[in-house]
Design a protein around this ligand. Structure first.
Ligand code: KIV
Length: 266
């Protein structure tokens, strides 16, 4: 199977085929996601919450993102890998944005980057695209804006907010983004944006009409319990499985049944 590329994003939209995307942050899980045939792996800054145990995504640094992106790129044989720009790696200036986005492609080997925001990052998107750094935009609920938004809330609910989001979607498309991620917005609004744009939309909490879907891996696998949004579907409960295995291991050591002869040398 050839590697998924930015061109396949457009091709799938034209052919009305859904784009599949999932996050991963390390080698073993990225290998599983890749083997499952997922089109795109996002090394999301959500790792701040689901891997590092922070309250939100704001503490994640560029160096940490590069560290995780390298592991994922090593594992992904067919999936396209996208690096997520962490808080304050691009907001400060267009120059910082290009430098840090470039690090993802140059040091980690990702094929593209994602950044949060609409009109306020249009110049950043233009400059990156001009420098041959493919950009996925991210509008709607943008977790790096948690303090301005006052929490993780559904966006675009009023007529005015919806109109603004449609405008923002067009702005990021015109700036050169190859795709736009829509987070936590009403499904009819996502449908309208998806129909109006020529670039594909990827939804998370944006309903069924998007051109593709993404979830945070640890939510899907039941490995993160602290905050489970309504849009998450838990496809497995790996925490329960892991707990069972580790408890059995502990019991077997205490009872003297592990290691047995089978795990011992003569
Ligand atoms: O960081 C992340 O995992 C994201 C999600 C919206 C997929 O941006």
């Amino acid at each position: 199977m050839p590697r998924f590329t930015v061109h396949d994003f457009l091709k799938k939209k034209k052919e009305s085929k859904k784009i599949t995307m999932l996050t991963a942050y390390d080698y073993p899980f990225a290998q599983i996601v890749d083997e499952a045939g997922i089109d795109v792996i996002l090394v999301g800054d959500s790792l701040g919450m689901v891997v590092q145990g922070h309250e939100n995504t704001l503490p994640v640094t560029m160096d940490e993102m590069i560290y995780h992106a390298k592991m994922v790129v090593r594992a992904a044989k067919n999936a396209m890998v996208i690096g997520d720009m962490p808080f304050m790696s691009y907001q400060s200036s267009v120059e910082d944005a290009i430098k840090n986005a470039g690090r993802f492609l140059k040091e980690a080997g990702t094929a593209a980057i994602k950044l949060e925001g609409g009109s306020e990052v249009a110049d950043h998107i233009k400059a990156m695209t001009k420098s041959d750094i493919p950009v996925m935009a991210h509008i709607g609920l943008t977790p790096q804006s948690i303090h301005r938004m006052g929490g993780y809330k559904v966006q675009g609910k009023t007529q005015e907010a919806a109109r603004k989001l449609i405008e923002e979607a067009h702005i990021v498309e015109d700036a050169g983004a190859f795709s736009v991620l829509l987070e936590a917005i009403p499904m009819d609004l996502a449908k309208k944006i998806t129909e109006e744009l020529s670039i594909p939309t990827i939804g998370i909490g944006a309903g069924t009409y998007c051109d593709g879907q993404v979830l945070v891996l640890h939510d899907l696998l039941g490995l993160f319990e602290r905050f489970v949004p309504k849009f998450v579907k838990k496809y497995a409960n790996l925490k329960e499985e892991a707990l069972k295995a580790i408890k059995t291991y502990k019991e077997e050591i205490e009872q003297g049944s592990f290691p047995s002869e089978e795990q011992s040398f003569k």
